[in-house]
Design a protein around this ligand. Sequence first.
Ligand SMILES: Nc1ncnc2c1ncn2[C@@H]1O[C@H](COP(=O)(O)OP(=O)(O)OP(=O)(O)O)[C@@H](O)[C@H]1O
Length: 259
Amino acid sequence: MKQKVISLKGVWAGYGNNNVIEDINFSVKKGDFVGIIGPNGGGKSTLLKVILGLITPYKGEVKVMGLPPEEGREFVGWVPQESDMDRDFPIKVLDVVLMGRMGRKKLLRSYSKEDKNKASEALEMVGLQNIAQKPIGEISLGQRQRVYIARALAKDPEILLLDEPLASVDPNTSEVIYGLLKDLNESSAITIVMVTHDVGAVSSYVKSVGCLNRKLYYYDEKTLTQGMIDAAYHCPVDLIAHGVPHRVLPKINQEETKR
Ligand SMILES: Nc1ncnc2c1ncn2[C@@H]1O[C@H](COP(=O)(O)OP(=O)(O)OP(=O)(O)O)[C@@H](O)[C@H]1O
C-alpha cells in the first residue's frame, strides 16, 4: 500500500472565533495529484495553511510525512496565491528561485554551490533558464507563476502545494503549466495538492478531487460526482466546463443528484 504523505483526522480550524473548516478527514497518498475545488471563502487556502502548519487547528490531528506539520513542511514546496508585488523591486528571477532553498535550513546563510545548482535545475524544469538574470518585475504573469513553481521545486520537495496557481493566467499558458505539473507528478513522483477554481483543469489533469465548503467531500477517487459538487456548493454547478466533457463526471445518477 502506498505511503500516506498527508493525513488529517477530525480537523477543525479557523481564525480567532471564526471556525472555517469542520471535521476534515483527508489523506493523500504518495504520488497522488489532488485537485481541491469549492466556492469562494469555502476554506481552501485555510486547509493548505493547516497542512503547512501556518495555522494550528482547534482540534484534530495533522501529519505531513508522518510528522507534525511544522516539521513535515521541510518536505513541502509551497506556491501561494499570486500576490501584488512591487514590480520595481530589484530582484532577479534566479534570486526568487534561490529563496526556495532557504526553507531547507532554519538559519539564514549564504547560498552554497548546491543551492545554485538546484535553483538552475528548477528553472530548467519550468523552461525558464534563459530568463534567470531578468528582473522579476519585467516578465509576464505566466512566467512569474512558473518562477514561483520553480522556487518551490528548488527545495526538492516530496509534496507540492499550490493555491490557485493559474488565477489570471491566459488559457494557453495555463495548459503549459498544468502539463508541467502533470509531468512532475508522473515522472518525478512529486505528490501534488492544488487548489483551483478551474473545474475543467481538474477534469483533465488531476488523479483525485475534493470539494471543500467548510466540510470536505473527498472520496479518494478519480471521479467527481455531481452529488459531491452539489453538496459542497449547495447549488448545481455545471461540471462540463471549458469543453472538457465527462473526464471525471460519470453518468449522473438521478438518485445521487437528489441527495
Ligand atoms: N487571515 C485571516 N483572518 C481572518 N479570517 C480569514 C483570514 N484568512 C481567511 N479568512 C476567512 O476564512 C474564510 C475562508 O477563507 P479561505 O481563504 O480559506 O477561503 P478560500 O476557499 O481559499 O477562498 P477563495 O476561493 O476566495 O480564495 C473566509 O471567510 C475568509 O474571510
